[in-house]
Write a protein that binds this ligand. Structure first.
Ligand code: AMP
Ligand code: MG
Length: 411
């Protein structure tokens, strides 16, 4: 049976990032940039004031207080009209261009009007100002033109995940539209005769389709666009019809019907629809029956995952295999990673399969401690709401005392 790492390698070997598409900047958050982006402007576009105050010649101010003639006032968005000559200053507001002749800005709090005008009024500009700051440095409170970036300079390269900071920078360099790797479409189909939708009261022998909403939520959180194919009966004809719909998307995720039961029809139905099996079964707990294959369509392939129906098996298989595939389709080949943590309580591992056990993290003195939860197995989704990670335990009967270093996968 395939090990988890080998199975994931097979999945990623079939996964190519989607073709880039141009989208409005407002739709780009969370996507991966698919082009190098150069600035079309110098930033700042001029030597600019970083404080409200007075632009002056640093050499004019000595040890003590001096008085200077005020030439004019320049606010952000305006251009200075006068050169600052010896003995003069221009009242300036944050963001405004520094006038010729000036080489420093003294903040307004270190000045006072020397003609009786009020300090605060924007309209009332004093004719003379008293500078109370001894020995200003040349360049102080001035950001030189292009200090942040030059016109033509590449500021973001392809492959970058677009967070709010990148969105802001793209706006600064004039990119109202940007080339990105689009979100993959991921169809979700729950199979099982026993399933009823979550807004129905289950009858005798029935349960609600908890996997459907859970998988669609996981798809959305993984960066995919979820497509709901609802519930399919354990009936070859019905499943064939629904699988055909699913194969129109980048990924088809099915839950249920991949084990050894008499009504586990999914592998057979997928084969009949031309989906090539890559593997069936992984050395893993929970989630051993996982099925993976590829539908080779015209123009695009569909990655097909048959997840075991038990909700926690579905969740674990999604985390370990589907989520990295969605990330890779969306241009992120690094995907989610394992992290180190210390067991906060002892754990007894049983069984011959590598196990991903629900756990809860806490930070103590800067290090991550993790407590294995009292979990009842793959049908026990209830306990998962207390979990924020999966703890990896290697196969075999073994006691892991508190303090053991383990690998975890944050959920
Ligand atoms: P299966 O993989 O189809 O053999 O299903 C394994 C177990 O998971 C059975 O107890 C099913 O009733 C349960 N199950 C299957 N599909 C779902 C689902 N969509 N939501 C909740 N439980 C499910
Ligand atoms: Mg079933």
């Amino acid at each position: 049976m395939l090990e988890v790492a080998a199975a994931l390698e097979k999945v990623l070997a079939e996964t190519r990032s989607k073709s880039p598409r141009t989208v409005p900047l407002s739709d780009a958050l969370g996507l991966v940039l698919a082009e190098d982006v150069a600035s079309d402007v110098d930033s700042p576009p001029h030597d600019k004031a970083l404080m409200d105050g007075y632009a002056l010649r640093a050499a004019d101010v000595g040890e003590g207080a001096v008085e200077l003639n005020v030439l004019e006032q320049v606010v952000a968005g305006c251009t200075p009209t006068r050169k600052v000559v010896p003995g003069a200053a221009t009242r300036i507001m944050t963001g405004a261009p520094i006038p010729d002749g000036a080489d420093a800005v003294v903040m307004i709090e270190q000045t006072e009007p020397a003609d009786g005008a009020s300090q605060a009024g924007a309209t009332e500009v004093p004719t003379r100002v008293r500078i109370n700051a001894p020995r200003p440095q040349a360049g102080q409170n001035i950001m030189p033109r292009a200090a942040s970036m030059r016109q033509g300079e590449v500021v973001l390269t392809a492959g970058r995940l677009l967070r709010p900071m990148e969105i802001g920078l793209l706006a600064e360099v004039g990119r109202a539209e940007v080339q990105v790797v689009p979100r993959p479409d991921v169809a979700a189909l729950s199979t099982g005769n026993e399933l009823v939708p979550c807004d129905a009261l289950p009858g005798k022998g029935q349960i609600r389709n908890s996997n459907g909403p859970m998988l669609r939520a996981m798809i959305a959180r993984a960066g995919g666009q979820a497509v709901d194919l609802g519930i399919g009966r354990d009936d070859e004809e019905e499943l064939r019809r629904l699988v055909a719909l699913g194969l129109q998307h980048d990924v088809l995720v099915l839950s249920g019907g991949v084990s050894a039961g008499v009504l586990d029809l999914v592998p057979r139905v997928l084969a009949s629809q031309g989906v090539e099996q890559v593997f069936h079964k992984v050395h893993l707990k929970p989630g051993k029956p996982l099925w993976f294959g590829v539908g080779r369509g015209q123009g695009h392939d569909t990655l097909v995952f048959g997840l075991p129906g038990n909700p926690v098996s579905s969740l674990v298989c999604f985390e370990l295999f589907v989520r990295p595939a969605i990330a890779a389709l969306a241009g992120d080949r690094d995907g989610p990673q394992m992290q180190s943590a210390t067991l906060a309580a002892a754990h007894r591992q049983r069984g011959d399969r590598p196990t991903y056990w629900p756990g809860r993290r806490a930070t103590e003195a800067g290090s991550t401690k993790v407590t294995p939860l009292n979990w009842q197995g793959s049908a026990d989704l209830r306990t998962l709401v207390d979990a924020d990670c999966l703890i990896y335990f290697p196969p075999g009967e073994k006691d892991f005392p508190a303090g053991t270093t383990v690998q975890i996968r944050p959920l």
